[in-house]
Design a protein around this ligand. Structure first.
Ligand code: LLP
Length: 427
């Protein structure tokens, strides 16, 4: 029923994560609720280590910024890809070493540049223009930074257009043909030390061919840089490996990805006589399938369409609304029952587009039942909002029969954080 998701089982028609009954957990802690399997997370990381021995793996923190999960990633030897000062402070708190962090971003301020150099972490420079700003800031402040260059390799990843990042028209990276000259320019500038190349072609990619194409283009650029006298110490091929959200659309494994890119990387490095460190930045494929989002049914309405309205909407899980994403839905307290009715699952938000799952076959449902949205660990909580005055939900980590809160639920007071009524308006 759950395909390769060994941490999920159905026992007496209740969904279990490891040895925890998801329905009972929802009753105890309330919903909406994000619930993550520790063993699954550790297994997913180990699968990358097995597939890419010797490579550094930087977890893409934007996928999931939960501190306890990041701590597990650190324990399992992962570094981090961060995209903001906020993400940097979270991963430092989780204990990820400076040498294992890459600060990315296409729009960094001088303050960001200073902070990155002060923190002593590497950064990925997104444009020739950024390089010049950075060097000026470095000289002014007497700081120095090691940099990689974000390459725009112009590769089509065959994914949702909003999450394709390496197309010619994407906002990210330096056009491939300009990278070698930009590298040379960096070698002349004060305060910056170019050490490598970086790309990321998109997310939820279900075919390994675009990764192989990007790896080939990156090695062409590495050749041009090397010919111009540049030293390539690091090559970061980004993240993007997809996962199986839909029962009918299987995804490649980290081992499949390795089979597609490692021969290209190794052969070309050998030909060039260089031995850079390979880096990967997986987010989704590490964390998506570790987590379910639990929501309670408030109303079952049989109108022109049969609607099941839950207490979680796109405020809690934005992906279906943003990318028309599919998340498999399981009734946590009817998990063995036959799906007999076709319904559309909606949330409590005041928008017609607040749809979590369209035209799904489910067992007969009633108020108080609990639905589990599978594969919610990546870009789930991290994209949750307080829209419509909805506090964000709690997060729980499951290990065996233990279920512990790693982030408590917000309450209405959190909606007021930082706000005040101006005294002059109180008269
Ligand atoms: N590295 C960089 C530079 C990235 O921009 C990203 C994701 C990753 C790594 C990790 O990619 P992953 O392995 O997770 O595919 N919110 C969207 C996904 C946005 C991805 C943004 N960048 C979603 O929910 O599908």
């Amino acid at each position: 029923m759950f395909g390769p998701k060994s941490h999920l089982t159905s026992r007496d028609s209740h969904l279990f994560m490891e040895d925890v009954d998801c329905f009972a957990l929802a009753q105890k802690l309330g919903t909406p609720l994000y619930v993550t399997s520790e063993s699954r997370l550790r297994e997913n990381i180990r699968a990358y280590h097995r597939a890419f021995p010797g490579a550094d793996k930087y977890f893409a923190v934007k996928a999931n910024g939960n501190l306890s999960l990041l701590r597990i990633a650190a324990q399992e030897g992962m570094g981090a890809d961060v995209f903001s000062a906020g993400e940097l402070s979270v991963v430092r708190m989780a204990g990820i070493a400076r040498d294992m962090i890459l600060f990315n971003g296409n729009s960094k301020s001088s303050k960001d540049h200073e902070l990155i150099m002060q923190a002593g972490v590497r950064m990925s420079v997104d444009s020739r223009e950024e390089l010049e700003h950075l060097s000026q800031t470095a000289q002014k402040s007497g700081l120095q930074g090691e940099i990689l260059f974000r390459v725009n390799p112009d590769v089509s990843p065959k994914t949702h257009p909003k999450i394709a990042t390496g197309l010619r028209s994407s906002k990210f990276g330096i056009p491939a043909e300009q990278v070698a000259a930009t590298y040379q320019r960096a070698m002349e500038l004060e305060g910056v030390k170019p050490v490598g190349l970086h790309c990321h072609i998109g997310s939820q990619i279900l075919d390994t061919a675009p990764f192989a194409e990007a790896a080939g283009k990156m090695m062409d650029i590495a050749a041009a840089v090397t010919a111009a006298g540049g030293a390539i110490e690091r090559i970061d091929l980004g993240g993007g490996l997809g996962i199986q959200y839909h029962p009918d659309s299987p995804a490649p494994t980290p081992a499949d990805l390795a089979a597609a890119v490692l021969p290209i990387f190794k052969d070309r490095c050998r030909d060039l006589g260089i031995s850079p460190k390979l880096i990967l930045e997986p987010g989704r494929s590490i964390v998506a399938d570790t987590t379910v989002m639990l929501a309670s049914v408030n109303v079952v309405k049989r109108a022109h369409v049969s609607f099941v309205a839950t207490d979680a909407g796109f405020n809690v899980l934005a992906r279906p609304m943003l990318y028309d994403s599919y998340h498999h839905v399981v009734a946590a307290n009817h998990s063995d029952e036959k799906a007999e009715e076709t319904v559309t699952v909606v949330g409590p938000i005041c928008e017609t587009g607040d749809i979590l799952a369209k035209d799904r076959k489910v067992p007969h449902l009633a108020r108080g039942d609990v639905l589990a949205f599978l594969d919610a660990g990546a870009y789930g909580f991290s994209m949750a909002s307080q829209y419509n005055g909805q506090p964000r939900p709690a997060e729980v980590l499951v290990s065996g029969s233990r279920a512990e809160i790693t982030r408590r639920a917000e309450d209405a007071s959190c909606l007021l954080t930082g706000q005040r009524i101006l005294p002059r308006l109180m008269k």
